[in-house]
Design a protein around this ligand. Structure first.
Ligand code: BGC
Length: 749
């Protein structure tokens, strides 16, 4: 059997390095030339395997060159056998690209992506992805459908858990870190896998946060907000992109030529391949964009979607569409070439098989350490009245540990953990026990079967335990199943009887700490005043328990910062920090509260600004917020210049002193406002951030370079530009910082 034509260029004596673009293109072209139309269309088909059984239909498809990719098979022997059939029994021997949703870990689970975003630490995020790639590689997986870089400003949306939050800059930096972690420096190396930036584009803007719902995003907003992380991922060399399920301004993404062909390929020069989402080609007709699968295949192929995930519209209709002259064969050539290019880059032609023995063991010490470090840095201290945290191990005799999520090994892993192993989970309950040993008496009661339970049967017993102990730690939140795909909520407060539990425990008069595990920002308004401290831990993954224990007892200080705004009430959504100013911006003096309105007051006395009568205009906790056991004093915000020309940079510096007693990390954030724009600009935009470690009493100076290109935005005619004018710049530990300076950009001569 003659293996794929690529070998013509890679015999031992003539081998060129794989990163040589010309050689790569020659290999792609040479192989393409040998392929029949059916074989090219075969590359565009991705088949769901789903179990370990290779049915005849699949095997025949592989032999006949009718399958380019499989997904959802993680038994390495089965994967190797599939590869063997493809490589040794098909005419051209083209290997398979093997996809799987390795979203935040394979067996060792990192915090959910939204939790990872709360670390504001690209290094730990990159390492988490690298660990996931190593573990997934042992199963023969060579392609993950990650990172999900959909901007979301709506915590009702269940998939916000999988996202990197509301801000395009943060999502760009961390999305790129994930791509780097999965793909490494050399995609063909053992233990690196192809990444997939998804969902292109706009999916996170689903109306009312209802998954799969329509999105309406004006082009200017699309470019300035939603597309930015995708552009960054493409620039970083992401191998693939996935189109979104959603309808974007009337044209569902999978049939959207403007998005895929014009922007992604035309403007950005993307040379990887684009995969549809699960059956989203055929769903074009369900959307009502097409009348049948044939039209769907036509539109998706024309839009530039190279591979169809689990669907047969391409398989059944592309050939006849070409025969009938509806689709140019060049479309199929390009798609097949894009897919082959990725396979060559992955080194699959040289090395299609997996030997798990060449990879580190699952759940290695390094993997678990990475998961623990990531969890530790992801937890956000939302409030800490009277310094109730950290708990003092030497002063407490006993603590009550209550709540449905203290000892729930599966739930702490969060959504999208197809392969995650809950037996590896160390729960907070175990973390606390092993930290305090016999120094503190830990009294545990689950109290509720799950977070949704409305039963209060065990509350009396919980109150009795709380009354007999020195402090109470309540583990509240949502189980894994309450977030993720198709798991949106309209009410995002603590479900079930949890708020009632908080009230009952509050009545004991004991110090109360809430540790909240959840897949999204929650509205905590109805419990926030009834607890002394809140640690928001997201779904923290395999090593969540020890990380939370370290934070509760002050072995480490919390250092996470919110990657998404926490609303007071659902009715404030969408609420996000980088909003527009409006023509009537609210201030504390211009708002009124519904309970304080004088019934006889004239309408105009209410301030006439952009606020809600029952919620004001501020969130419960802003983007970037996160407290520490240390205190950080920000001073001396200085700019290296008060005026710069277009194309120049300035340095923004600030001194930060840790005036507390504990060493801690702080995430220093830089925000900018462009005061006057060709289109209106947000009131604040994140432009830089740095995580720094500061010892007690130590002062550090943090510098940021700000180039005028960093201030570029798409204007009225969708041109990318930086405009001369006035800018405000803020530095601080949250988006609501008021430490501000000003500068001006002047037109160059
Ligand atoms: C999701 C994708 C995922 C795919 C494959 C779809 O339902 O939207 O994000 O990668 O399934 O499992």
């Amino acid at each position: 059997m003659q293996l794929a034509g690529g070998y013509l260029f890679m015999s031992a004596s003539t081998a060129e390095p794989m990163n040589d673009d010309d050689v790569l293109e020659q290999r792609v072209d040479a192989l393409l030339e040998q392929m029949t139309l059916a074989e090219k269309i075969g590359q565009m088909a991705q088949v769901n395997v789903g179990d370990s059984y290779i049915h005849d239909y699949l095997a025949d498809g592989l032999r006949g060159g009718r399958v380019g990719s499989v997904l959802n098979v993680v038994d390495v022997e089965v994967v190797n056998e599939l590869q063997r059939i493809a490589v040794e029994e098909s005419r051209l021997g083209i290997p398979l690209i093997v996809g799987r949703d390795v979203i935040h870990g394979f067996k060792t689970i990192m915090p959910i992506p939204l939790g990872q975003a709360a670390t504001w630490n690209p290094d730990v995020v990159r390492e988490g992805a690298h660990v996931a790639a190593l573990e997934a590689s042992t199963a023969g997986v060579n392609w993950t459908f990650t990172p999900m870089i959909d901007i979301s400003r709506d915590a009702r949306w269940g998939r916000i858990a999988e996202s990197l939050g509301e801000d395009p800059h943060l999502a760009s930096i961390l999305g790129v870190a994930m791509v780097e972690g999965f793909q490494g420096d050399e995609l063909s190396a053992i233990g690196t896998i192809a990444a997939c930036a998804k969902h292109f584009a706009g999916y996170g803007a689903a109306e009312s946060g209802r998954d799969y719902a329509t999105t309406n995003i004006p082009e200017n907003e699309l470019r300035n907000v939603y597309l930015r992380p995708f552009k960054a991922a493409v620039d970083a060399g992401v191998t693939t992109l996935m189109t979104s399920f959603s309808d974007l301004d009337g044209v569902p993404a999978t049939g959207n030529e403007f998005l895929v062909n014009d922007i992604l390929r035309g403007e950005w020069g993307f040379d990887g391949f684009v995969v549809s989402d699960w059956d989203s080609v055929r769903q074009l007709s369900i959307h009502g964009l097409t009348a049948n699968d044939r039209e769907s295949a036509f539109l998706a192929a024309k839009a530039g979607v190279d591979m169809e995930m689990h669907g047969d519209a391409y398989t059944n209709h592309l050939a006849s569409l070409i025969e009938d002259g509806k689709v140019d064969e060049a479309v199929v050539d390009t798609a097949a070439a894009n897919i082959l290019r990725a396979k060559f880059r992955l080194g699959l032609f040289e090395n299609p098989y997996t030997d798990p023995g060449l990879l580190p063991p699952i759940a290695s010490k390094h993997a678990l350490q990475t998961a623990r470090q990531c969890a530790l840095q992801s937890v956000v201290l939302l409030k800490n009245d009277h310094h109730v945290l950290p708990l003092n191990i030497d002063k407490l005799n006993s603590i009550a540990v209550l709540g449905p999520l203290a000892d729930a090994p599966y739930e702490q892993l969060g959504t999208w953990i197809f392969d995650g192993d809950q037996n590896l989970s160390i729960t907070p309950m175990h973390g606390i026990h092993s930290l305090v040993g016999d120094k503190v008496d830990v009294r545990y009661l689950r109290t509720m079967d799950n977070s949704r339970s409305r039963s209060t049967d065990a509350f009396d017993e919980a109150v009795a335990i709380a009354s007999e102990t020195d402090a109470v730690v309540l583990f509240l939140g949502e189980e894994a199943i309450l977030s993720g795909e198709a798991h949106s909520r309209a009410d995002i407060s603590l479900p079930g009887a949890q708020a009632e539990l908080v009230r009952r425990i509050r009545e004991t008069g004991k110090p109360v700490v809430a540790v909240i595990l959840a897949g999204r920002p929650l509205t905590l308004t109805n419990i926030v005043d009834d607890v002394d401290a809140i640690l928001f831990a997201w779904h923290p993954g395999t090593m969540g328990g020890p990380a939370i224990a370290d934070l509760l007892f002050g072995v480490e200080s919390p250092s996470g910062k919110l990657p998404a705004t926490f609303p007071k009430m659902v009715g404030q959504i969408p609420i996000y920090y980088n909003q527009k100013n409006t023509g009537k911006p609210p201030t504390p003096d211009t708002i009124a509260h519904i309970d304080e309105i004088d019934a006889h007051a004239p309408q105009l006395s209410l301030g006439m600004t952009a606020f809600h009568l029952d919620a004001g205009y501020l969130p419960l906790f802003p983007f970037g917020h996160g407290l520490s056991y240390a205190y950080f004093d920000y001073r001396n915000l200085t700019l290296s210049a008060s005026e710069i020309g277009l194309g120049e940079s300035l340095t923004v510096s600030v001194d930060i002193t840790n005036t507390g007693r504990m060493a801690a990390d702080e995430v220093v954030q830089l925000y900018v406002r462009d005061l006057v724009g060709n289109v209106t600009r947000p009131v604040k935009e994140l432009k830089g951030f740095k995580r720094v470690h500061i010892e007690p009493g130590e002062k550090v100076t943090v510098d940021f370079e700000l180039h005028t290109d960093d201030l570029a935005f798409y204007g009225r005619r969708m041109q990318l530009m930086t405009e001369p004018g006035e800018f405000h710049v803020w530095v601080g530990g949250s988006s609501d910082t008021d430490l501000r300076a000003e500068f001006r950009i002047v037109a160059s001569d």
